[in-house]
Design a protein around this ligand. Structure first.
Ligand code: ADE
Length: 250
């Protein structure tokens, strides 16, 4: 039977990415949504077609203005979101580094291709090698991309903002359009729990051009990338909420 999307959950790492979305979507914060000590925050709104929730990863209490980022909080946030909100569609929204060689430009917004892998988990042991790389299947969102005129790009996940020496070797094989720090981790738990999942990522910096360090580009462009993300996410939500998940692919 065709199941309609009645509970859609956004997962967003940085508060700088989450706050404009909360405002644009008119979401209200849920007080103490998770167990004591869990840093993740949650917001929600009831729409005619169903409920939207947004879970952000919360702050690292040891450092002023620093959000929890990367795969460690990503898995926990996704697990908690599934337990608390039982979403029938989960979307990771955020920013990413882009590969200009695959058409990425700063400020552009991509939807994810249907596989999510890691570039920094190199385990040269039979079986463990491919298990560590992830390569989890996500939702095919080719129809949303076509209808909303968005690009689709393969996402590669790792726990560093900086590019490490071994990354290029992995990328030669996987040919990603984007690199970021959460999507494969969420894809793992989403796949494990059979929750349909995809990602929306706005390009904040370019990985393969120029001499400007990633962190400088990222800091300069974060505002523009978040603005682009905040424009696109509500359009995607309107498209998906109430839609049959199986119909989101061409
Ligand atoms: N988020 C935004 N830009 C990034 C990059 N270059 N690497 C990882 N995560 C990012």
């Amino acid at each position: 039977m065709a199941i309609k999307t009645k509970s859609l959950c956004l997962l967003v790492a940085m508060q700088e990415e989450a706050s404009p979305l909360v405002e644009r979507l008119g979401l209200t914060e849920i007080v103490a949504p998770f167990a004591k000590g869990i840093p993740m925050r949650a917001w929600s709104a009831a729409e005619v077609e169903g409920r939207i929730t947004l879970v952000s990863f919360g702050a690292d209490p040891r450092f002023e203005g620093v959000s929890n980022i990367g795969t460690q909080p990503a898995v926990l946030a996704a697990h908690l979101a599934i337990e608390r909100f039982a979403p029938d569609l989960m979307i990771n929204a955020g920013t990413a580094g882009g590969f200009s060689s695959r058409g990425a430009e700063v400020g552009q917004v991509f939807l994810s291709a249907d596989r999510f892998g890691y570039h920094d988990r190199i385990v040269p042991l039979p079986g463990y090698d491919e298990s560590a790389r992830g390569n989890y299947r996500g939702l095919d969102v080719s129809r949303i991309a076509a209808d909303l005129n968005l690009k689709i790009g393969r996402i590669s996940t790792g726990d560093s903002l900086r590019t490490l020496q071994t990354d290029a070797e992995e990328w030669e094989r996987t040919e990603p359009a984007l690199k970021e720090m959460e999507a494969a981790a969420i894809a793992w738990i989403a796949w494990t729990r059979r929750v349909p999942f995809f990602a929306i990522k706005a390009v904040a910096d370019l990985v393969d051009t120029g001499d400007t360090p990633t962190e400088v580009q990222f800091t300069e462009n974060l505002g523009a990338a978040v603005a682009a993300l905040t424009e696109v996410v509500p359009r995607v939500i309107t498209y998906c909420l109430g839609a049959v998940v199986d119909d989101l692919a061409l």
